[in-house]
Write a protein of this length. Sequence first.
Length: 163
Amino acid sequence: MEKELFELLMPQVPVARMKAVTWGEVGDRIYVMRWVMMLAQYRSLLKGWKVGDLPSVVDRIPEMTKKIRDPKGVLLAREQRAERVRDFVAGALALALVRRGWKLHTTPGEMFLCQGEARLAPKAVVDGIASNAQERFGWAEKARALGIEEIPLVSELAASAGR
């Protein structure tokens, strides 16, 4: 049924060549691949920043929106561009943690990372820092408590993955 729906909604897409992916595979096969590709393109925007620096990175989102291209065939409005950059920053955070052993969990409508008892939803973290002063000012302490504050948002692995 899903293939028939795709064929109806997107007749230009070669649906017959699409491969089914389980929710358990979405993290590694879809999200991680997308994060690696974005970092390969825009790593210079986050180079030198660490997980503990997220509030300062979020402050730079308006500047970063000018440097990230619109998706092919789409002209984004200002807020859509800012949302795209927030997604990029959240993806960089997630990839940095995955590379440090955090486990990625995906279900329909939900994506989060776990290590031991700790659980983080990167998009919620970035959005919270952007919109909530309490989360913004509490981030450094939370990152320190989780032992993640010194993790670079862009690793050399991310650089080599894009080559």
